[in-house]
Design a binder for this molecule. Sequence first.
Ligand SMILES: CC(C)(COP(=O)(O)OP(=O)(O)OC[C@H]1O[C@@H](n2cnc3c(N)ncnc32)[C@H](O)[C@@H]1OP(=O)(O)O)[C@@H](O)C(=O)NCCC(=O)NCCS
Length: 164
Amino acid sequence: MLRVALALQVRPCKQDDLPAVHRLSVENTSFDATPTLADTEGLYHRNPEYFYVASDESGEVVGFITGYERRGIPEEVLRTWKAARVGYVELMAVDLGNRRKGIGTRLLNTLLEHFRSERIDLVLLDVPVEQMAAVKLYEKIGFNVRAFHMRKYLTNGAGAGSGI
Ligand SMILES: CC(C)(COP(=O)(O)OP(=O)(O)OC[C@H]1O[C@@H](n2cnc3c(N)ncnc32)[C@H](O)[C@@H]1OP(=O)(O)O)[C@@H](O)C(=O)NCCC(=O)NCCS
């Protein structure tokens, strides 16, 4: 485990990394509609400075994280939140074969450090309920739950009673 941690590099994402990031994103994260490579490229080009990848000793991308600064929040809301600037963690994933090696933690801490260096003092994120590994990671880093995002089907359609 230590050997892997030493060989691992967390670095800013480059355009060339996007196909690998896209694969990780499609294979590991939950979406209502499967993103295309163009969607992933759009995500990168909107906020390239807050986009990081983890690569192993062979240079293979084994994880990524992306976020952005939430702008345009009214002053009164910021006062209520006791925050000056707000960041948002948009998406992260670590390749299945490389989990529980601290890679997710390193990616998240890198993004949070970058937010902090930009004087962002509050960070928000949303996570699908089935992604319990992510919830555990976020809690370990110090995030706490401030809302539940709930839904109920009013028909007997496919989703009714599924609990998701
Ligand atoms: C969430 C995710 C990125 C974590 O990556 P990771 O590299 O395995 O995370 P880490 O190794 O840094 O784990 C840090 C801590 O998080 C918690 N954790 C991570 N995975 C866990 C799991 N499957 N079960 C319970 N706790 C878990 C543990 O406390 C862990 O510390 P420990 O290993 O010392 O016990 C990875 O599981 C993933 O890609 N999940 C699918 C995509 C996803 O849910 N993305 C987030 C929402 S968009």
